[in-house]
Design a protein around this ligand. Structure first.
Ligand SMILES: [Zn+2]
Length: 654
């Protein structure tokens, strides 16, 4: 792996061929990150992305810069933490054979959605359960399949041609690798669809490790146009390098209940079931109708999931535990640790969940702890190996006010006068709104120190005010423009409500609440009305009521500024519209808006959205450029077909 002071020649060639843009990242910084001499926290968003793109590019080209664990559990995890919706996390990674001629793939090859802990796998299963319910299927009887996720070179075999995955739609013809004698694993036939070109792990260690940095590097070399060298030919001849179709993989099958119960066991045994590099476990549901109903995003099939597990941990000494007051007033312990390399990255701090955990486990200065990077919270304290009595702060680190225990948490109760709580609530508002730049922590801090400590005050600031607070003229102009823009751009009313950071009214619950009651009614709702919303019980209702009451004045003041709020379509009347309960498929290019927007609209009108036409489809909405085969299929199945204009008339009548 390229851990030197410059990129290797092969890496450099990949960078140049691909037209990679450094975007503020330098080769020096990239290598410092790869060597674990620079912490991921030190990267701004742009450079983090540039580094991910670089690492991904080199990995796909068979010349990795960092190992998989560092990529998944450090850098990708950091992007997920900072920007969960970032397109980089939701696109099919292209293979770097940009120079070769591409051909259309017989089927679309998507990526797989990833889960990094069991909770995420369970949440996925929950979505499947809901979808099964919609189809009237008994979730308990559905069968699941789990199999190892091979870390090879992805390809698709239609029986005549072998394709690379390319960008998921177009790949390159690499049939030559079969002409070179490559076999299908387990004596299988050609034409079994998607799979991976892999090489035996023990064989690689014994015969190839001296010649190639890693197996990925070797696998990529098998498909290159230039003639193969003897070691590669020998690996093919001996049947150690093969094309392994997913259909032939060893697997586990059974109902979800069993998988959930024996999860660790199933994962461990599948991980060891093949002598190839494995970088996860793929889980899918085996029910065609449900698969059809769930469909796919542009990135992945919703009926399939890859579970990834990080086994790497590090022992590290705690330097000190620093209290930090959050928006809600909870004082969270942050453990600063001796800078240590873990999963290929430098780490300097770890999260201890709450002060009760700190006290009970002895996470004090000098304690020895074992850390892992797994899931979204990074890194995590797995175990306290040598405990040291911990210190508990006596007062709020931000306002100096008294602290009280609330369950496992220490709480600063002086919210009105606590700078941390005030500034973080303001930051939260802008962050959730999501349509405004320039109001991050340092700007908000500056505003706070200048006495501009509330959102209505900030929205009233002019360029001169910003300049008086120490912002440059250009920046002042931009900030005023951003504030105006955030009021002008259309924004869902539930997002606006969620921006207030009211306990129990995050994005999901706000949307649910506003799907039941219009925003204008929210502040006069009674408890009996709130509990009618699915998933809200008495306790939730009381907490929501208390939060709403405490925020009413602020809400009214901001609402009066005139944000461009898009009302959530309420459930009322949904049972009777022309789309209610219908399974609708959109296809072709639409004129009146993006297909995604049209799907959202249809959902609001009570429709279910399908990805492909099937016997269960009620309505096919066609834009321009629809394939004749698709239309013929819909006609044959007796599906009602409407053009875009007819569709718009149909929903206008609702
Ligand atoms: Zn405080």
């Amino acid at each position: 792996m390229g851990k030197g002071t410059t990129l290797s020649l092969a890496q450099r060639a990949l960078v140049e061929e691909s037209g990679y843009q450094w975007q503020g990242l330098t080769e020096e910084a990239a290598l410092a990150l790869a060597r674990g001499e620079m912490a991921v926290e030190g990267l701004d968003d742009g450079r983090l992305l540039a580094f991910l793109e670089l690492a991904n590019l080199l990995y796909r080209g068979g010349e990795p810069l960092i190992d998989d664990a560092a990529y998944d559990f450090t850098y990708l995890a950091e992007l997920r933490r900072r920007q969960p919706q970032h397109p980089f996390l939701h696109s099919v990674e292209p293979e770097p054979l940009a120079m070769a001629k591409t051909v259309e793939l017989p089927v679309r090859m998507l990526s797989t959605e990833k889960a990094y802990d069991f909770a995420a796998v369970a949440a996925w299963a929950k979505r499947l359960e809901k979808a099964a319910e919609e189809l009237g299927k008994d979730f308990a009887t559905l069968r699941f399949r789990a199999m190892p996720k091979l870390d090879g070179f992805a390809a698709y075999d239609d029986g005549n041609t072998l394709y690379t995955r390319g960008d998921g739609r177009r790949g390159t013809d690499i049939s030559r690798v079969f002409e070179r004698g490559l076999q299908v694993a387990r004596g299988g036939q050609r034409g079994l669809g998607a799979g991976e070109i892999v090489v035996g792990r023990s064989y690689f260690q014994e015969h190839l490790a001296g010649l190639f940095d890693n197996s990925r590097n070797f696998q990529a070399s098998l498909i290159k146009e230039k003639e193969l060298e003897e070691p590669a030919l020998a690996a093919i001849r001996s049947g150690e390098a093969v094309f392994f179709p997913f259909a032939l993989l060893p697997d586990w099958q059974g109902p979800w209940e069993e998988l959930a119960r024996d999860f660790e066991e199933v994962v461990t045994s599948l991980w060891r079931a093949v002598d190839y590099d494995v970088d996860g476990i793929v889980i899918e549901v085996l029910d065609d109708e449900l698969r059809q109903h769930l469909g796919a995003t542009r990135h992945h099939h919703r009926w399939q999931l890859a579970y990834k597990r990080n086994t790497e941990t590090a022992m590290v000494r705690v330097l000190r535990v620093v209290p930090q007051t959050s928006r809600s007033g909870r004082v969270n312990p942050v453990a600063e640790v001796e800078p240590t390399r873990l999963s290929g990255a430098l780490i300097q701090r770890a999260t201890a969940h709450h002060y009760k955990m700190v006290v009970e486990n002895g996470i004090g200065a000098g304690a020895m702890i074992r850390l892992s990077r797994s899931g979204e919270v990074i890194p995590k304290i797995e175990e306290v190996v040598e405990p040291v009595a911990a210190e508990v702060p006596e007062s709020c680190p931000s306002c100096g006010g008294a602290l009280v225990w609330e369950g496992d948490y220490l709480l600063c109760v002086d919210g009105m006068n606590c700078p941390a709580q005030i500034t973080r609530a303001i930051e939260h508002f802008f962050k959730v709104l999501g349509n405004i730049d320039g109001f991050g922590p340092s700007a908000v801090e500056k505003l706070y120190l200048g006495g501009k400590a509330s959102l209505p005050v900030i929205y009233g600031l002019g360029e001169g005010d910003f300049q008086n607070l120490g912002f440059g003229p250009k920046q002042a102009e931009n900030m005023v423009a951003q504030l105006a823009r955030s009021r002008l751009l259309a924004i869902e009313d539930w997002r606006f409500l969620a921006a207030f950071g009211i306990y129990r009214l995050g994005l999901g619950n706000s949307e649910k609440l506003l799907a039941a009651y219009p925003l204008e009614r929210v502040f006069s709702l009674r408890r009996e009305e709130i509990v009618t919303v699915r998933g809200f019980n008495d306790k939730t209702a009381d907490e929501i009521l208390a939060g709403l009451a405490a925020n009413r004045r602020l809400f009214d003041e901001l609402y009066a500024l005139g944000f461009n709020l898009v009302a959530t379509r309420t459930d009322e009347g949904d049972g009777s519209g022309p789309l209610a309960g219908k399974l609708v498929v959109f296809t072709g290019t639409m004129k009146s808006g993006s297909r995604d927007d049209m799907k959202k609209e249809a959902k609001r009108l009570g429709a279910r959205i399908g990805e492909a036409v099937s016997g269960a489809t009620d309505l096919l909405v066609c834009g321009d450029k629809v394939g004749a085969a698709k239309l013929a299929k819909a006609e044959k199945l007796g599906v009602r077909i409407v053009g875009e204009e007819e569709y718009l008339r149909l929903i206008a009548s609702s």
